[in-house]
Design a binder for this molecule. Sequence first.
Ligand code: AP5
Length: 209
Amino acid sequence: MSSIVLFGPPGAGKGTQAERIMTSTGLPQVSTGDMLRAAVKDQTPTGIEAKEYMEAGKLVPDSIIIELIKQRIKLPDAVNGVMFDGFPRTVPQAEALSEITDVSHVIAIEVPDERIVDRICGRYSCASCGLVFHETFNPVPKSGCSCGNFVEKRRADDNKDTVLSRLSAYHEQTSPLAEWYENLGIFHRINGDREIDLISHDILLALEN
Ligand code: AP5
């Protein structure tokens, strides 16, 4: 099987949907955002360089991202393809990806800008298992997180100022990729401004085609 790409603005629900469709597809999630945050935490050379871009809500340079992906897809779990979450985000990244692996579907989760700030500013996750929640739209269940060890965590870049920069970066540098993938006939638009379960259902339908 080839790889799939989850595409969309910050806060569209890429990570939320990746968790849900991982079990159905068997494809491991490859999130460049998660990889970069791990590198920042570990203070690796990549993390040290990426940190200032991430804190400013700007895209990390293509050379760093492409190298991260090249190394990641050499791991044994990527042999049957992966689910890219937040990659590619620029035309050079898409060009590099086309030389690395086949992509069968690009799933574009579409959410209007005016919903994005509320989504991101209300986001938290479980530090133990990584599951993503939202204060209003998707709170941790009263019984607690399914991992049994809920510890609340917030992202450093989840604030209003950074979100607006991330949205600008998305419109200027990432959204032009839609045309690139539409021309390849593998671009599937999904209305992401609905209940989480309905979106997962439509993504799985798109993946069956
Ligand atoms: P990254 O971590 O990829 O962040 P992002 O793209 O900005 O996307 P998010 O993770 O913020 O949102 P999401 O779509 O996963 O939404 P989620 O499911 O959490 O990147 C961070 C930074 O790293 C970038 O700014 C950049 O600096 C750098 N970077 C990463 N990749 C890069 C690349 N390829 N090139 C260059 N730089 C790169 O949902 C959001 C919230 O909404 C949650 O609280 C959730 O519970 C809630 N929610 C989800 N679905 C719904 C729904 N249907 N209704 C209501 N609420 C919902």
